[in-house]
Design a protein around this ligand. Structure first.
Ligand SMILES: *Cc1c(COP(=O)(O)O)cnc(C)c1O
Length: 314
């Protein structure tokens, strides 16, 4: 696919989800998750996340199911997978499709099974900032349903028939993965496990270093999970001041996400109000992602820890 957003949208389109349908999505995610629901013609129904992992809350999903609900689009945030056992049970009980936004979860596992292999289909992004990044945009869809894959493949290539490239069976678009990006990704794919291992080592380093700092909550990783740490995201009450302190020491950080989707201007028409999803709204004020990319040296990790400890006076 041309990018991860198209991958999400065309999964929904390929599943026949569109006008009149509702798709449940977490409000604590990148805008593309809900954007894809809208561009597929459906309506996002937001739900809150769990307070510790910041992943979609399966009980909230169950409570949000209504007569128009067609699918649950879960997000494997920061490299950690959502509770797929609980979500699979909810979607099976209500006859819904489960789709995975795995844009931040290349190779992550829940209960031993990889991201993208639990739902009807999974969407990946190869945007340069992802764990497997191209030199520009790229995306992929995975599924074990050959008919679905066939439909999505055609939607992404002008709705072409398999047998005659100038017979167009569907109105599609051009969302092909660029050949040069594919070459780069093939070369990088070999290193993905190694890079994920490095990210996990860096996360363990931070976890140990911040254990003695009560003002910091380190990432909560569910026992069933093998995270690939697309982000290492701490939580703290003095987030903005800490970010400024680190910036002054030339340490890059980021806030994912400063505004939950239900409070974004573009989704105002859905009618959500502040206070609707307290866990996501609280997280927006407290989260800070620290550098965790594979190439970090022990010296650099030490510098980050030192600067954080200095801020809190340890
Ligand atoms: C990056 C990302 C996307 C979109 O991927 P693009 O390739 O940038 O279109 C979708 N969902 C999540 C959670 C992402 O992080």
């Amino acid at each position: 696919m041309g990018n991860g957003t198209d991958a999400l949208e065309l999964i929904l389109a390929g599943l026949g989800i569109g006008a009149g349908d509702e798709v449940i999505v977490p409000t604590n995610t990148f805008v593309a998750t809900a954007e894809a629901v809208v561009t597929a013609g459906a309506r996002p129904r937001f739900v809150d996340v769990l307070p510790d992992t910041l992943l979609i809350d399966p009980d909230a999903v169950a409570a949000a199911v209504g007569p128009r609900t067609a699918a649950v689009l879960t997000v494997h945030l920061f490299g950690q997978m959502a509770d797929m056992t609980a979500l699979s049970a909810v979607t099976a009980r209500h006859g819904l499709v489960l789709v995975e936004d795995a844009a931040q979860a290349h190779g992550a596992r829940f209960a031993g099974r990889r991201a993208g292999s639990w739902g009807a289909a999974g969407a990946f992004s190869f945007y340069p900032g992802k764990n497997l990044g191209a030199l520009g945009d790229g995306g992929a869809v995975v599924s074990d349903d050959p008919d679905l894959i066939d439909r999505i493949r055609r939607l992404a290539d002008h709705g072409r028939s398999d047998t005659d490239r100038y017979v167009h069976e569907l109105v599609g678009r051009n969302s092909r993965l660029d050949t040069l990006q594919a070459a780069v990704l093939s070369a990088k794919l070999e290193f993905l496990s190694e890079w994920s291992e490095a990210r996990r080592r860096h996360a363990a380093y931070y976890d140990a270093a911040f254990r003695g700092v009560p003002e910091i909550r380190t990432p909560a990783i569910d026992e069933a999970n093998e995270s690939i740490y697309n982000q290492y995201t701490i939580r703290t009450d003095r987030r903005d001041a800490l970010q400024a302190h680190l910036k002054a020491r030339e340490i890059g950080t980021a806030i994912y996400y400063p505004i939950p989707l239900h409070l974004q201007q573009c989704f105002a028409y859905l009618g959500y109000k502040p206070g609707a999803f307290p866990e996501s709204e609280r997280a927006a004020k407290e989260v800070l992602s620290l550098p965790v990319y594979p190439e970090l040296t022990e010296g650099q990790l030490g510098e980050v820890v030192e600067a954080v400890r200095e801020f809190y006076g340890y």
